[in-house]
Design a protein around this ligand. Structure first.
Ligand SMILES: C[S@@+](CC[C@H](N)C(=O)[O-])C[C@H]1O[C@@H](n2cnc3c(N)ncnc32)[C@H](O)[C@@H]1O
Length: 425
């Protein structure tokens, strides 16, 4: 049928979908589902991932972890959610950067299991947002997930929702998944749009869970800004949760600035845990580590990404943050070099003193002190230093705060007070 060699997966995709559109012959979709396989990578649980050709090869990322694409959907996105099954009649999920729809498929599987097990009658609304119609087309021709307790029909139902959208948008001309029927309590919508634009038009206060599965903040910082998170703050219910796989410090910082409580998500396929955010304190199970709280509150590393009109490109967002870091480091914020703030409260004059099981060598001590002195602090244990980290000190009944968000905000305030009293005088 085809002896053309395609080096780019989107050329292959366009070739076969054009043929299908012209002829309305199903054989082209079948052929494409075979020929797309060399462009996909099988992950450890048998589900497939794909390396985005939207970035050059050195920096591009797989869409999912190699440790298991669909496992990641369960471990990182679905299982950490705490939902109000008995309070909300409708459970509403916003799947941002929905890609192949794995997170939605995993949630659908979970939803149906919970409904059956506890004899519930919730309805379900899933809104998926994905910018790339090519990714949506690949979703249609990739192998259906075959995984432990996962029911393949749930993946096919997601494929049906993707196919319906592509068909209604006149991007494809045949529907193959029509026979997979939803019961009328389940509504799955796909929007093929830039999520920064689409989210603005979503109603307020409706989502119980938001999956944020963009490429990493290094590649796509514009999808992790305070300004975008403020939109999420508007559309999420008070008890809802945002879950994301990234543990990036500026992302956590932006979530705090947008009004969220934050904590650690689960660890799967990566060294660090994901992040969970909610407007309600009680939806956060695990606080951040105290070192992270300090880097967010006190150092230039904690400067979040900004995109006031939700229009900047990645490089503009990075440049803006970098110039702010340069301007504020050693002025209103402690230098993040050698993670200086994590040593506050430790007496560096003691022999063989350790932090996180590492001996603090003399050279490191000198660098820490130099950074603190540049900021205007005399030592790691001066009364000013102790005041700045008071919200983390459990023995300090008056100042201690019992969650990461409040500790971070209190440290920021204390640092600012120190700056005003000592550096501006
Ligand atoms: C890490 S992958 C997501 C994987 C996906 N959740 C899944 O289950 O397959 C990131 C996705 O974000 C999409 N994307 C990138 N920028 C976007 C934007 N501004 N709005 C919506 N989607 C975007 C990419 O096309 C890609 O499919």
């Amino acid at each position: 049928m085809n002896d053309i060699q395609f080096n780019h997966p989107y050329d292959l995709l366009n070739y076969y979908f054009n043929k299908e559109n012209e002829t309305l012959d199903l054989k082209y979709r079948q052929k494409l589902s075979e020929e797309i396989l060399p462009f996909l990578t099988k992950t450890e649980d048998g589900s497939y991932t794909f390396k985005s050709p939207d970035f050059n090869d050195e920096i591009s990322e797989n869409m999912h972890t190699i440790a298991g694409a669909i496992s990641e959907s369960f471990e990182k996105f679905v299982n950490p959610l705490k939902l109000d099954w008995n309070i909300s009649e409708e459970i509403a999920i916003l799947d941002l950067c929905s890609g192949f729809g794995y997170n939605s498929a995993a949630f659908l599987n979970h939803f149906i299991e919970i409904q059956d097990e506890f004899n519930l009658s919730n309805s379900l609304r899933i809104d998926m947002i994905e910018k790339s119609s090519e990714i949506c087309k690949i979703a249609l021709v990739m192998p259906t997930i075959d995984f432990d307790s996962f029911k393949p029909i749930n993946h096919n139902l997601i494929k049906r929702a993707i196919e319906t959208k592509l068909f209604n948008s006149k991007l494809i001309s045949i529907k193959l998944y029509e026979n997979y029927k939803f019961n009328d309590k389940i509504k799955i919508n796909l929007f093929i749009e830039d999520m920064r634009e689409k989210v603005k038009s979503l109603p307020s206060n409706i989502y119980d869970g938001i999956f944020l599965d963009a490429f990493s903040p290094k590649l796509a910082p514009e999808l992790y800004t305070i300004d975008f998170f403020k939109e999420l703050q508007r559309v999420i219910k008070n008890t809802g949760q945002i879950v994301t796989y990234t543990s990036s410090i500026p992302v956590k910082s932006a979530l705090i600035e947008a009004g969220f409580y934050i904590g650690k998500g689960s660890v799967f396929g990566r060294k660090t845990p994901g992040t969970i955010a909610s407007l309600s304190k009680d939806r956060i199970n695990l606080d951040l580590d105290s070192d992270e709280e300090r880097l967010i509150a006190l150092s230039d590393l904690g400067i979040p990404f900004r995109d006031e009109n939700l229009t900047l490109n990645s490089q503009e967002v990075i440049n803006q943050r970098n110039s702010k870091r340069k301007k504020l480091r050693n002025k209103t914020l402690i230098s993040s070099a050698v993670k200086t703030p994590i040593y506050l409260g430790i007496d560096l004059n003691q022999e063989n003193i350790t932090k996180n099981n590492h001996i603090i060598e003399d050279k490191l001590k000198r660098r820490i002190l130099r950074n603190l002195n540049e900021f205007g602090l005399d030592s790691t244990i001066s009364s000013d230093a102790m005041k700045i980290i008071a919200s983390q000190n459990m023995d300090d009944k008056e100042n201690y705060k019992n969650n990461s968000r409040d500790r971070i905000l209190a440290m920021k305030k204390a640092l600012n007070n120190f700056f005003k009293e000592n550096k501006m005088s």
